[in-house]
Write a protein that binds this ligand. Structure first.
Ligand SMILES: Nc1ncnc2c1ncn2[C@@H]1O[C@H](COP(=O)(O)OP(=O)(O)OP(=O)(O)O)[C@@H](O)[C@H]1O
Ligand SMILES: [Mg+2]
Length: 249
């Protein structure tokens, strides 16, 4: 089995701020690849580099065997790299239906758009009820459904998803992650998932990476990482950081 996305010796940053160091990353076709790690370690930056939204200092981004490092983001979208950003992923003033249609702007075939809309509504029946509602009036969980539906409308060959459960009630977290898994199966779509809720994400994942300080400290199967001390350390680290913050306040 080949890889849908690879990076080789990737160094990335924002101007002079170096964030990602010599990263070799492989996301296999037809699998869910999960990237976990504490705040600020470079997870979003890696997704942005794959999408072409940050400056790559050196190294390569490879999509289905093709070097896309020099391509602008919209060219990567056309080639089939779908991206659901951590924030700002829907148009609040437009209706749900308008959001979905706009998302399909790269698709020429109207019958594909119709079929794809059906698929999105089958996955997320609630969106169908809300076609005429302004997207800004949706709940947090419903917005995530819409944002995922929007990426699906573009017929991506891979989907990068940045913290789809952020800000959601614990009760909804499982639903959102289970839906992603279902989506991966229904649309036969490999997914690269960044999540803070590591344990839950690893339960739906196949391949796993742990990131710290712009480097990978673990690569393996999701199951291995679930049973690895690094995962517990990450949670303990998060607790400490939280407590420190509390003390400061
Ligand atoms: N536009 C920017 N300009 C300068 N520095 C940035 C910019 N965006 C992010 N950074 C810095 O790069 C580092 C990595 O940020 P990134 O957003 O990739 O982290 P993350 O792992 O996704 O964190 P989180 O889990 O909180 O979303 C952080 O130190 C952040 O402050
Ligand atoms: Mg992030």
């Amino acid at each position: 089995m080949g890889n849908i996305i690879e990076t080789k010796g990737l160094n990335v940053g924002y101007g002079p701020i170096h964030v990602i160091y010599d990263l070799d990353f492989e996301a296999p076709e037809n699998q869910v690849t999960v990237i976990v790690g504490p705040n600020g370690v470079g997870k979003t930056t890696l997704l942005k580099a794959i999408m072409g939204l940050v400056t790559v200092y050196s190294g390569k981004v490879v999509f289905l065997g093709e070097d896309v490092t020099k391509l602008p983001a919209h060219e990567r979208t056309k080639k089939g790299i779908g991206y659901m950003p951590q924030v700002g992923n829907i148009f609040s003033r437009l209706t749900v239906g308008e959001n979905l249609r706009i998302a399909a702007y790269t698709v020429k075939d109207p019958s594909f758009i119709k079929d794809r809309m059906e698929m999105v509504f089958n996955l997320f029946p609630r969106l169908k009820e809300f076609t005429m509602r302004a997207a800004g009036t949706l709940s947090g969980g419903e917005r995530q459904m819409l944002a995922e539906g929007m990426v699906l409308m573009r017929d991506p060959k891979v989907m990068l998803v940045d913290e789809p459960t952020a800000g959601l009630m614990p009760k909804l977290v499982n639903d959102v992650l289970k839906k992603l898994e279902e989506m991966a199966e229904t649309a036969n779509l490999p997914i690269i998932l960044v999540e803070q809720r590591a344990r839950r994400a690893l339960e739906v994942g196949d391949v796993a990476y742990m990131m710290r300080g712009g480097r990978f400290t673990f690569k393996g199967t999701a199951e291995e990482l679930l049973n690895h001390p690094q995962l517990t350390e990450m949670y303990l680290g998060a607790v400490e950081a939280h407590e420190l913050k509390h003390v400061k306040e």
